[in-house]
Design a protein around this ligand. Structure first.
Ligand code: PLP
Length: 396
């Protein structure tokens, strides 16, 4: 068996139909969409078709879509735009489990005159809504809450949050990078003012993203330059990738049911069998309110990195719940925020499936992983001394 790729929340394979659609825009129709000639103009027409596709995915109007370079840029643009448009307000609300594309920006802003409140989560990864209500103030410029978490797949009550934030006249942004294409994300149902998307999470290439900005929302550009994107984002458009994103979205719409039925069933089978076969293992996060393709499983008393290396030797790709920072293996901020015990957070592995995964691949992982964990545990001082090592991660 070749590579078994179960790391689709990190990035996805560019769908061959997407790549095919993009190719002519490198070598044949390579004009600049801003040019006056029709050679460039034809690229502009295709960009508008892609814009309409992106808008269609989330129920928006095409003119409410701005193309960016990635999810990170979309998140940064949304937050900066809200702050610049509300200069008297210095407070931001987000969650403790955001992607670094929001979390690290807010930490930076915290050192530069702004104040951020991070909503805590419980052990299932769900938000403390009381804490959230209590912390909305007159000074709050923007609330930014991800639609679904990239590590655990936990889905947040975005509709309820959006309603509440809107009632208070505060800008609401959601990072829907992991949700789009897997869940129904509709800006008519959910009163979100800005929403971030990223191409490479849904079988489009890396280096393209989009930001939805509701009509009437005060906005100022993050990248200042040319008049592209109606003056809302300077920089010559990444034509081929934007066209690829449009095609990927068309495919995501066609595959919505497959992801929610077949892929969900494969994910469920994978986690059920692994939990049955491997003692001291458990799922991190809410079992119901979860992306259909994602499972984060904690294998107590083993190092996630060691599991990944041994799976890698067998061609299995997944992610761990640790971040290797300055030589020390810190459990991820998401698992720490959920209060996952230290011994479980360290051995947490995220499997994230896509439409390309098969039952055969899932069975391969079910067969190969239990002996890996068993072998590692036999070498683990924590496993051998497990009665005495039940210290809990500190929650920050
Ligand atoms: N937001 C979430 C929830 C993500 O999972 C990611 C990528 O992992 C990003 C933002 C960043 O997206 P990009 O890699 O396109 O910058």
């Amino acid at each position: 068996m070749g590579v078994i790729y179960m790391d689709n929340n990190a990035t996805t394979r560019v769908d061959p139909a997407v790549a095919e659609k993009m190719l002519p825009y490198f070598t044949e129709m390579y004009g600049n969409p801003s040019s006056m000639h029709s050679f460039g103009g034809q690229a502009g027409v295709k960009i508008e078709e892609a814009r309409a596709r992106v808008a269609g995915l989330i129920g928006a109007q095409p003119e409410e879509i701005i193309f960016t370079s990635c999810g990170t840029e979309s998140n940064n643009t949304a937050i900066w735009a809200a702050l610049k448009s509300n200069p008297d307000k210095r407070h931001i609300i987000t969650t403790r489990v955001e992607h670094p594309a929001v979390k690290n920006l807010l930490e930076y802003l915290g050192k530069n005159g702004y104040r951020s409140t991070f909503i805590p989560v419980d052990k299932s990864g769900q938000l403390d809504m009381d804490f959230f209500y209590k912390n909305l103030t007159e000074d709050t410029a923007i609330v930014s809450v991800m639609w679904a978490n990239n590590e655990t797949g936990v889905i947040f009550p975005i509709e309820e949050i959006a309603h509440l934030v809107h009632e208070r006249g505060i800008v609401f942004h959601s990072d829907a990078v992991q949700a789009a294409g897997k869940l129904s994300v509709n800006v008519n149902r959910v009163l979100v003012d800005m929403l971030s998307l990223s191409g490479h999470k849904l079988h489009a290439p890396k280096g393209v993203g989009a930001l939805y900005v509701r009509k009437g929302t005060k906005f100022s550009p993050f990248l200042v330059g040319g008049h592209q994107e109606k003056g809302r984002r300077g920089g010559t458009e990444n034509v081929a990738s934007i066209i690829g994103l449009g095609k990927a979205i068309e495919l995501a719409q066609q595959r919505h049911d497959d992801v929610n039925k077949r892929i969900r069933a494969l994910r469920d089978r994978l986690e059920k069998k692994l939990l049955e076969k491997i003692p001291n293992s458990m799922i991190n996060g809410d079992l119901e309110m979860r992306l259909p393709n994602t499972t984060s499983i904690a294998f107590e008393y083993v190092e996630g990195e060691a599991i990944l290396l041994m799976m890698n030797e067998m061609g299995i790709c997944a992610s761990s719940g640790s971040a290797c920072t300055s030589g020390s293996l810190e459990p991820s901020h998401v698992l720490r925020a959920m209060g996952v015990p230290f011994t479980a957070a360290h051995g947490s592995i995220r499997f994230s499936l896509s439409v390309y995964n098969t039952e055969e691949e899932v069975d391969f992982v079910i067969e190969k992983l239990p002996p890996i964990i068993e072998r590692l545990r036999q070498m683990s001082p924590f496993w051998l001394d497990r009665e005495g090592s039940s210290n809990i991660c500190s929650i920050q």
